[in-house]
Design a protein around this ligand. Structure first.
Ligand SMILES: NC(=O)c1ccc[n+]([C@@H]2O[C@H](COP(=O)([O-])OP(=O)(O)OC[C@H]3O[C@@H](n4cnc5c(N)ncnc54)[C@H](O)[C@@H]3O)[C@@H](O)[C@H]2O)c1
Length: 245
């Protein structure tokens, strides 16, 4: 295929949808991967079947991930970009958290991204070209009620750094983007008073938009970033600076 092929996970909604729309605007053909068929097909209809395709896949299921890559290789013969964006939250203070909610968050956010990276790495290593972008979170530094989520997103940063070392000699870059508070369905799950407190603690006193993350992803997967790998870039309205006021 003449166009570059990008896989975006969690592409049906929120940040993943904005990333997909942005990469399509950049001229890439985008493979939208998600477990939500209704939103996935809606997003595909909005983007257009000449610019994207939808794959119903649970990234935490090893056999589904393998089947996905087999199908993509057969149809397109190349993978230029992988954006690991799919993720969930199951918040609670640790003393109220079920171990099932710890397992699920790690399984989807961390292991799912690792499974996708492994299959993409095998192909990109052979191609001697590729860009992998993992969506972490500013929350990897720690958030009350998110021991499971923070651990999964810290894991994403370790995965990114280790994989950057492994794939560096093969002209494949691996970077992470760590968004802060972004206005999506995920943050709408938060209680109103919690959200107000979080916005109040932002240096910018605002939430970000999915497009703010999409612009950074667009830059990092572009040809202008040949010498950037293993990095975590914050898109968080300055929250990671850590200043209290
Ligand atoms: N919204 C924020 O404030 C924020 C901040 C930091 C990081 N993030 C991260 O950004 C990413 C996207 O978040 P969002 O706010 O757009 O969330 P969202 O809930 O709006 O969208 C997440 C998408 O992932 C899909 N998904 C969930 N489990 C999946 C699975 N097993 N396989 C495939 N797809 C799956 C969902 O169906 C959904 O379409 C997540 O990794 C999240 O942790 C979000």
């Amino acid at each position: 295929m003449e166009k570059q092929i990008a896989i975006v996970t969690g592409a049906a909604n929120g940040i993943g949808k904005a990333i997909s729309q942005r990469l399509v605007a950049d001229g890439l053909f985008v493979l939208l991967v998600d477990v939500d068929p209704i939103s996935g097909n809606k997003t595909l209809a909005e983007i257009g079947t000449d610019k994207a395709a939808f794959y119903l896949t649970d990234i935490s299921d090893e056999s589904q991930v393998k089947a996905l890559f087999q199908s993509i290789e057969k149809s397109y013969g190349q993978i230029d970009v992988l954006v690991n964006n799919a993720g969930i939250i199951r918040d609670n203070m640790i003393w109220n958290m079920d171990s099932a909610d710890f397992d699920l968050v790690i399984k989807i956010n961390l292991k799912g991204s690792w499974l996708m990276c492994r299959e993409a790495a095998r192909i990109m290593k052979q191609q001697k070209a590729g860009r992998i972008l993992n969506i972490s979170s500013r929350a990897w530094m720690g958030n009350k009620g998110q021991t499971n989520y923070s651990a999964s997103k810290a894991g994403i940063i370790g995965l990114t750094r280790a994989l950057a070392l492994e794939l560096g000699p093969y002209n494949v870059s691996v970077n992470a983007v760590a968004p802060g508070l972004i206005d999506t369905a995920l943050t709408k799950e938060l209680k109103k008073e919690v959200l107000e407190k979080l916005v109040g603690a932002q240096p910018t006193k605002t939430m970000g938009k999915p497009e703010d993350v999409a612009h950074m992803v667009s830059f990092l997967v572009s040809p202008h970033t040949n010498f950037i790998t293993g990095q975590t870039i914050y898109v968080d309205g300055g929250k990671s600076i850590g200043a209290g006021i």
